[in-house]
Design a protein around this ligand. Structure first.
Ligand code: LLP
Length: 385
């Protein structure tokens, strides 16, 4: 039975809302990532933005993965968790000077540079330290990820990366800057991508970009395809480990690698989403004129994805086996967008019931806020409850 995957008796002693992580599932996921990427010698850098919980970070670092960071804070969190600087990549359209300096001081593997303006500053700051920064150009490949508009990144209108049409100019300038060394190209087209066709298009586009680069006499050692592999939010128990085999196989089949070229990925969601659930309690069942509301003690302060992206998270009543009823499941925040799901089917709910919001390990705890002066949620782990 579904509810059997949660230690409900132990949950009863804990103050809700909290995040619960199935460490065993995380480890099985990491083993799969290692095995499937290892088949082709691909390098995997976990996208810290998906979940920067220190315990999870140190487990992930323990599997030998690198880290993909988007801020100085993430670089520090990755170093603290044991990721070696030599496996840290650093992306972001707005890198502040102190953040670039932190990367330089630690000799991180690569800065994924997103604009001509940034290139100048990385060169300048590296010069001040008498260093040469290894950089990859983040290219906007103009490949449509066919995912939610708010998490699409690889199109012309997005702020990310260098447009293909401006690549030539940036390469020319690069040749004049002695404190940056081009070691790769980087692309990321979006997140929660479940149709492999988007990744196929990306691999083919990068083959074309490589040809353009070579026509200009430029060769790069590293190709980084970012993250984006999606998960099944509707059936978290069915195949909780995403199809990393198919994902890496797409690149293996299509990429035209040059001798010695290294391939990198930055998965976030696909590694941590399914191992995490937000556990909340029912505060009230409110019977409205046309609707029944199940009001939880968790809101968008703990899990913002439904409010921000209209994201679906499966919701389960862990305390009830009674017949299924239809509720709008909502939080206590004073905003009408504080809704986890409309017309959700739930076993009949009562005050005090424990509710699980599933597949919340990615972009859940890490996006929590203290709006309404709320406390940040705690986290508990399956192996030390
Ligand atoms: N690399 C880069 C450059 C990225 O921008 C991202 C995600 C990743 C890797 C990791 O992507 P993933 O494998 O997790 O799809 N908060 C949103 C998702 C934002 C993703 C931002 N970039 C959500 O909750 O759906």
């Amino acid at each position: 039975m579904l509810k059997g995957i949660f230690p409900i008796e132990k949950f009863k002693a804990l103050e809700t809302p909290f995040y619960y992580y199935d460490v065993e599932l995380l480890k099985r996921t990491l083993e799969t990532v290692k095995k499937e990427s290892g088949k082709y010698g691909y390098h995997v850098h976990y996208a810290v933005k998906a979940n920067a919980n220190p315990r999870l970070l140190s487990i992930i670092a323990g599997y030998g993965l690198g880290a993909d960071c988007v801020s100085g804070g993430e670089i520090q969190a990755a170093l603290d968790a044991g990721f070696p600087a030599s496996k840290i990549v650093y992306a972001g359209v707005g890198k502040a000077d102190w953040e670039i300096n932190l990367g330089l001081d630690n000799d991180i593997f690569c800065f994924n540079v997103e604009s001509a303006a940034e290139l100048e500053i990385v060169n300048e700051l590296a010069a001040a330290k008498n260093k040469v920064a290894s950089i990859a150009l983040r290219i906007n490949p103009e490949v449509d990820a066919h995912t939610h508009a708010k998490i699409t990144t690889g199109m012309k209108e997005n702020k990310f990366g260098i447009n293909l049409s401006q690549l030539g100019q940036v390469l020319d300038r690069l040749g004049e800057l002695p404190h940056v060394k081009l070691i790769g190209i980087h692309c990321h087209i979006g997140s929660q991508i479940t149709d492999m066709a988007a990744f196929r298009a990306l691999a083919i586009r990068v083959n074309e970009i490589q040809e353009e680069l070579e026509a200009r006499g430029v060769q790069v050692e590293n190709l980084n395809f970012g993250g984006g592999l999606g998960i099944d939010y509707y059936h978290p128990n069915h195949l909780p480990i995403p199809a990393f085999d198919n994902y890496f196989a797409v690149f293996n089949q299509l990429l035209q690698l040059r001798p010695g070229q290294q391939v990198h990925f930055e998965p976030g969601r696909s590694i941590v989403a399914q191992c995490g659930s937000l556990i909340a309690k029912v505060l009230y069942v409110k019977i409205g004129e046309t609707k029944k509301f199940c009001i939880l003690d968790a809101g968008f302060t703990e899990l913002i994805r439904p409010a921000m992206y209209d994201a679906y998270h499966r919701i389960e009543n862990l305390s009830s086996d009674e017949e299924v009823e239809v509720y709008d499941v909502v939080g206590p925040i004073c905003e009408s967008s504080d809704v986890f799901g409309k017309d959700m089917e739930l076993n009949r709910a009562h005050r005090g019931d424990l509710i699980a919001l599933r597949s919340a390990g990615a972009y859940g705890e890490v996006m929590a806020s203290q709006y309404n002066c709320r406390k940040l949620p705690k986290a508990f782990y399956s192996d030390c409850l």
